[in-house]
Design a protein around this ligand. Structure first.
Ligand code: MTE
Length: 319
């Protein structure tokens, strides 16, 4: 069942029980990282599952822009400050995180708050592949094939109230397994990010549970992370355990740390430099040593889809 309230209808009651059980097994295997890539397929309420699923369908929002970054680069070059400020160390240390039986707390301005098992949420979603450009505020970029579903699907199911204007996401707080949460007071833990509600329900915004046809590696944000492809990577929060719909904009981790360097919006923008470096160009990870840097694109190249969200805003002020 998706929502742990008395009113919720268990998914098992509205779906053929055999289909429900098979889908659940596949999702369990996906979350445990033991699923064959070909078996992920369309984990959809409308599809009759088979033992091996057809190839994962690609979202129409996928970006076909040349080479996908080799997976070993994406999996071994990670920003995960709860573990380390070093990209290789964070990859290794993140393996200590426990990602089984992942639960997400939903609260705030919704009709259906509660504690949800991730596998129950996924049981009602169609997972698809989303090939997205990913641009870090540090001026490097990648192209990643994520597996996930639109955040709007979950938000709709929670029945947001009209007062809901922002969505706040909180990462896991686990100082026993996350060394920097014990000893580093520079950032406020747990890691928090947020979107305006119209950004959150935009079809490009996804919650990801996998990448490269496989489960999401721990270092890349398992069990559940946000991906907002037109914003700098720090908005794409990892290991989400709480989602709140709020009336006011909450404070977020990097904005609290250095408000003049990391804005709330963090839209990729070549014309708004970071105070300590230019954002005019970027280094595409995996490209050859002599390959020239790429010119940064406004909204990371997704302007056609998202520019209207900011049409009345001064992007230099709302960076
Ligand atoms: N989420 C959490 N919980 N902790 C983090 O340190 N780093 C952010 C973002 N999400 C971070 C996080 C930053 S700065 C970036 S660039 C991306 O994750 C990096 O994602 P990747 O390591 O999968 O490439």
């Amino acid at each position: 069942m998706i929502i742990k309230t008395n009113k919720a209808i268990p998914a098992s009651e509205i779906t053929d029980p055999l289909v429900f059980q098979q889908r659940r097994n596949i999702i369990k295997a996906l979350l445990a990282g033991t699923l064959l890539p070909a078996a992920i397929g369309s984990v959809s309420a409308n599809t009759v599952p088979q033992l091996r699923w057809p190839a994962l369908t690609k979202s129409k929002h996928s970006t076909d822009i040349g080479l996908i970054t080799p997976p070993e680069l994406v999996k071994n070059y990670t920003n995960y400050y709860e573990f380390s400020f070093n990209k290789q160390d964070s990859t290794e240390l993140a393996q200590s995180l426990h990602t089984d039986n992942w639960t997400i707390e939903i609260s705030g301005e919704v009709e259906k708050p509660g504690h949800y098992q991730l596998e129950d949420i996924l049981g009602r979603q169609t997972l698809q592949e989303y090939v997205y450009r990913f641009r870090c505020v540090e001026a490097w970029s990648m192209v990643i094939p994520w597996i996930g579903f639109p955040l709007v699907d979950l938000i709709k199911r929670l029945k947001p109230l009209s007062k809901a204007k922002f969505v706040k996401f909180t990462s896991i707080y686990d100082p026993e397994n996350m060394p920097k949460q014990r000893i580093n007071a520079m950032l406020d833990w747990p890691y928090v990010e947020a979107l305006r509600i119209d950004e959150a329900v935009h079809p490009l915004t996804i919650l990801a549970v996998g990448m490269y046809g496989d489960a999401l590696p721990k270092q890349n944000g398992a069990a559940l992370r946000l991906v907002v492809p037109w914003k700098y990577g720090f908005k794409s929060i990892k290991a989400i355990v709480k989602i709140e719909l709020l009336n006011r904009a909450p404070m977020t981790t990097w904005h609290a740390f250095a408000p003049n360097e990391y804005g709330f919006y963090a839209n990729v923008n070549p014309s708004v430099p970071h105070p300590r470096w230019s954002q005019f160009s970027e280094r595409r990870l995996g490209s050859r040593f002599f390959t020239p840097r790429r010119q940064t694109e406004l909204y990371n190249g997704y302007g056609e889809q998202v520019a209207s969200l900011y049409s009345d805003m001064d992007l230099r002020h709302f960076y």
